[in-house]
Design a protein around this ligand. Sequence first.
Ligand SMILES: Cc1cc2nc3c(=O)[nH]c(=O)nc-3n(C[C@H](O)[C@H](O)[C@H](O)COP(=O)(O)OP(=O)(O)OC[C@H]3O[C@@H](n4cnc5c(N)ncnc54)[C@H](O)[C@@H]3O)c2cc1C
Length: 483
Amino acid sequence: MNNNESVDVLIIGAGLAGIGAACQLRRNCPDHSIMVLESRAASGGTWDLFRYPGFRSDSDMYTYSYGFKPWKDKSTIADGQKILSYIREAAAENDVEKHIRYQHKVVAADWSSADKRWLVTAERGDTGESVTISCKFMFNCSGYFDYEKGYTPEFAGIDDFSGQVVHAQHWPEDLDYKGKRVVVIGSGATAITLVPAMSKDTASLVMLQRTPTYIASLPSEDPMAKSMGKWLPNSWVFRLTRWRKVLLQMYIYRLSRRQPAALKKYLLGQVRKALGPDYDVETHFTPNYNPWDQRLCAVPDGDLFTAIREGDAEVVTDHIDQFNDKGIQLKSGKQLDADIVILATGLNLKFAGGVKHSFDGKALNITDHFVYRGMMFSGMPNMAFTVGYTNSSWTLKTDLTGKYVCRLLNKMERGNYSTVTPRMKGEIEEVPMLDFDAGYILRAKGLMPKNGNRLPWQNYQNYVRDFVGLRLGRLNDKELEFR
Ligand SMILES: Cc1cc2nc3c(=O)[nH]c(=O)nc-3n(C[C@H](O)[C@H](O)[C@H](O)COP(=O)(O)OP(=O)(O)OC[C@H]3O[C@@H](n4cnc5c(N)ncnc54)[C@H](O)[C@@H]3O)c2cc1C
């Protein structure tokens, strides 16, 4: 075991959030040494892992990009490759790459109260060796899902199917679907991306869903940003458009909470317009919940609706009874024959990268702790984690978290403090962390840490509120202890 390395800030994960955090640290805390431990052999996380056709963002890139690096491409919704290049470009521009250790999976972290440091243990994927690194501050940017296995519901008879079954998270590079009969199971962001991307090449393409999702069409190029671009420098266009999009997203989310019927009517009206008067929008595009009870999906220039309208793809809303050798038998009695079945059935949630935490050698479960300002844990010193918004772009929150951690570290440096620990003072009531019913969130209840009913122990899904609290607020909170 190699046991002699030490660093000021250790970041877990080199995805969008980890690279963003490393860039922020280079920019705002240049005197702190950093190291990024990444379990995979490449950076980019989500944007390197997923390889299915058409893989892209479903947020607009003005809010999904980093605040410190304006999105310059014309596309509002970008394909996965462009996002991956953008993340890697940010790493190169901020000299982060040399600090990343690939194939280092963090498995444990022990806080030493004598040394006032975390001792982090990682397993190397290349050599099988175990390494420990000590750090002053640990920043967990490991995302929220299990990379090893996507979520697959139990399907009766799936082993009897003579065709190929593929999970979207584990896309075979050589999958040949040209001229084949394909069924995509799912109705979320992945399914609605796959369908238009594959539909021109397949013999037939069915999107099989149990329940519909709200889907909104977004222009692939923002018309207002396009015209502003004629007169203003790119950095202005980016900032103005980013704030405009933030406020628009917040307005839509607010509308979904206060006047769900009105928003529902508007969204379904747009779908009807795209698919024509004869299409059964009631069955295939009308969810049994209100907008934003689950994530609202976006499609660029209505590409999914075009594929359906032009007869290249079909939506079937039904329940699977069982698989058989030819395809899928539905509860309605209908049979869907297929050569390939694609499971766009989602993710398995994994919190904090599965790292086992302990305090002076004594095991603890971070999910027993309350979350401070959506990023630290009650009673746990010198540690932060980052997750994004579920009702807005992920990066908006991870950017704020990264900047806040930099402010904390600079305050510690200035005041010569060795620890910063959120400590709860006074009464608190536990309330659910997320007002959100996505399947992977519901499956993961019990795996999440605790959320309180008052500041600063309450996790917000509101950028403006977080911006005021995290960017502009002072660091003299009585429940944040510096020693
Ligand atoms: C298909 C798909 C599309 C999405 N589209 C959008 C979108 O359009 N808009 C939006 O806002 N959000 C979207 N999301 C959510 C998305 O995951 C985030 O936007 C973002 O990419 C997450 O970045 P991250 O760095 O937090 O996590 P990840 O991208 O998951 O990166 C985490 C990194 O940490 C590493 N890691 C994990 N555990 C460990 C460990 N123990 N030790 C070392 N390394 C570890 C992983 O290997 C990975 O590289 C999408 C998600 C998926 C799955």
